[in-house]
Ligand binder design. Structure first.
Ligand code: HXC
Length: 520
């Protein structure tokens, strides 16, 4: 064998070894936990044969605690570029088989390199986490590495989409990288995120709690809102990331991919003419409306299990990616509370940052009242959503289906917050408040003077009717031009698509500023 061939053989051999990470035994242990390895995850995530790995020969430089004898090529993380549906992405996947995927200084350098490339080349960044956190033997070098990664997450925010998958432990300060990215996908039963684990929690607070109860996928997708998706398996999590990406542009200067639409644009749906119940106290399912108006009824919901009184997610209309925001009358009557405001505000801001038009479906009785909400700061949280809509310059098409009362009407993408096209169904009630509340306030003195119950009821009913005729309709708002047109529900798909087509080239700018001061 020639010297050159021998060198090539050694290269191939070294690569092969590196691809085994921490070795067969640790790979088997990973599989025994029901988890895939870093490379298996990347294989599933990326288009076949598209992965190009960087820094496979990087090793850690630590010499503390005998670490000089524990070196692996690649050092606990696989990094590189590849494609998803033919589009360039940058990725890393932590390799739990090497020192538990713990973060060394060199591992951080590898991650930062792909982050820099993603920002420079305008491509999405996808992080697959599975790590024991800061590599204890490296001390401050590990912490500094996290700092470098966080800084890049921050600089990339609003420039390229950033998606985090959590496939194992993610604890301590390490949780802040996913928290800084746009979307977090967790896997049920095998992933968890918390600042301090159950042991420390018990010592500090006396609370006894399992890992799953403290920071499992169910907790973060249903209670805290930290995770946007809780997948039933690693495969499902990876498919979710791929599906999510299909709705997003590669960076903030591009539009999301436009697909050919086979669902007729002018498709009408008579069932929408019957969907609003006669009684305003009765609910209907907003998912039926969304399913009816978007292309092929396909909707990728974000935060499906959290703050269900508002629905947010991606769909396509005539092939164009849109962000849907819709109150859900079936849950808490669709009221805006702290979590609903936070959920929708972050989604609206994401869509605005990445040129995705917003379609807002309104049926909202108001903001939730009471000490629980006030003490929790509903004023500031509600302001987030108001702010998000008000600052957004992407096309904004709003349809008011039924209730749109008070501050909640203004918040939900009204005309005054630069809503571009605002439609209403004939069933819309756009007013300061509902008839019950209004009559109580307006006629409280009269009512106090009435002792006869029947007389009182008749009076209330008469005044309610008067109020309803005057305000509980869309015509009053339309008479001021605050509603552009009142549309037949069955035509909603066609009308919204036509509005979006009209707004496709919309250009709008906000005053120059270093950055805004969103009420956080
Ligand atoms: C170095 C680590 C490590 C770490 C795990 N390993 N975590 N090595 N630093 N942080 C090593 C283990 O020694 C072991 O090596 C291998 O990875 C696999 O770990 P196991 O414990 O055998 O696996 P498992 O039973 O599945 O438990 C996983 C675990 C546990 C729950 C993650 O390893 C663990 O509790 N690790 C420590 C977690 C932690 O406290 N991290 C620091 C958090 S603070 P061998 O060679 O035996 O196979 C933090 C600050 C970040 O991260 C700040 C950012 C700003």
């Amino acid at each position: 064998m020639s010297i050159q061939h021998d060198k090539i053989r050694k290269l191939v051999q070294r690569r092969e070894n590196a691809r085994k990470g921490g070795g067969e035994e640790r790979i088997a242990a990973q599989h025994a936990k029901g988890k895939m390895t870093a490379r298996e995850r990347l294989d599933l995530l990326l288009d076949e044969g598209s992965f190009e790995e960087f820094d496979i020969f990087v090793q850690h430089r630590c010499t503390n605690f005998g670490m000089e004898n524990v070196r692996f090529d690649g050092d606990g993380v696989v990094t590189g570029m590849g494609t998803i549906d033919g589009r360039l992405v940058y990725v890393y996947a932590q390799d739990f088989t090497v020192s538990g995927g713990s973060m060394s200084g060199t591992m951080a350098q590898k991650i930062c390199k792909v982050q820099d490339m993603a920002i420079r080349n305008g491509a999405p960044f996808i992080a697959l986490n599975d790590s024991g956190g800061a590599r204890i033997q490296e001390g401050i070098c590990s912490l500094a590495g996290y700092g470098e990664i966080f800084e890049r997450n921050i600089l990339a925010s609003g420039v390229i989409p950033q998606i985090s998958g959590i496939f194992g432990p993610c604890a301590g300060g390490a949780v802040y990288s996913p928290a800084l990215t746009d979307f977090t996908v967790m896997v049920k039963d095998t992933s968890y995120m918390f600042l301090t684990g159950p042991g420390v929690v018990k010592t500090v607070t006396g609370e006894v709690v399992t890992q799953e109860e403290l920071g499992g996928a169910g907790v973060h997708a249903g209670k805290s809102g930290v995770a946007h998706f809780a997948a039933g398996s690693e495969q499902e999590a990876i498919q979710t990331i791929r599906a999510l990406l299909s709705f997003l542009p590669s960076n903030n200067r591009e539009q999301a991919p436009l697909l050919t639409c086979t669902d007729p644009v002018s498709r009408t749906d008579d069932s929408l003419n019957d969907i609003i119940p006669d009684s305003s106290q009765k609910a209907y399912d907003m998912y039926d409306v969304i399913g009816s108006i978007v292309d092929d009824g396909k909707f990728l919901e974000i935060h499906r299990k959290w703050a269900k009184n508002i629905i947010v997610g991606f769909a396509r209309m005539n092939g164009r990616s849109v962000g849907i925001v819709a109150n859900q009358p079936k849950v808490l009557a669709g009221v805006l509370d702290i979590n609903a405001s936070r959920k929708a505000a972050r989604f609206v801001r994401f869509c605005d940052a990445f040129n995705i038009p917003l379609v807002t479906l309104v049926d909202v009785p108001g903001f939730l009242c009471g000490t629980g909400q006030e003490y929790g700061g509903i004023i500031s949280h509600g302001a987030k959503l108001l702010y998000a809509y008000g600052e957004a310059t992407v096309p904004k098409v709003t349809v008011t289906l039924r209730k749109a009362y008070g501050g909640a009407h203004i918040t939900m993408s009204c005309k005054q917050l630069r809503g571009d096209i605002n439609y209403a169904w004939p069933s819309a009630n756009i007013a300061v408040m509902g008839a019950e509340g209004a009559v109580e306030v307006l006629y409280s003195k009269d009512l106090k003077l009435m002792s006869d119950k029947k007389q009182k009821e008749e009076y209330i009913s008469e005044k309610k009717q008067e109020y309803k005729e005057l305000f509980c309709n869309p015509y009053n708002a339309a008479s001021y031009g605050y509603i552009d047109d009142i549309i037949e529900p069955r035509n909603t798909r066609f009308r919204v698509i036509r509005a979006l087509e009209q707004l496709a080239e919309k250009k709008q700018e906000n005053p120059w500023k270093k950055h805004d001061n969103l009420p956080l």
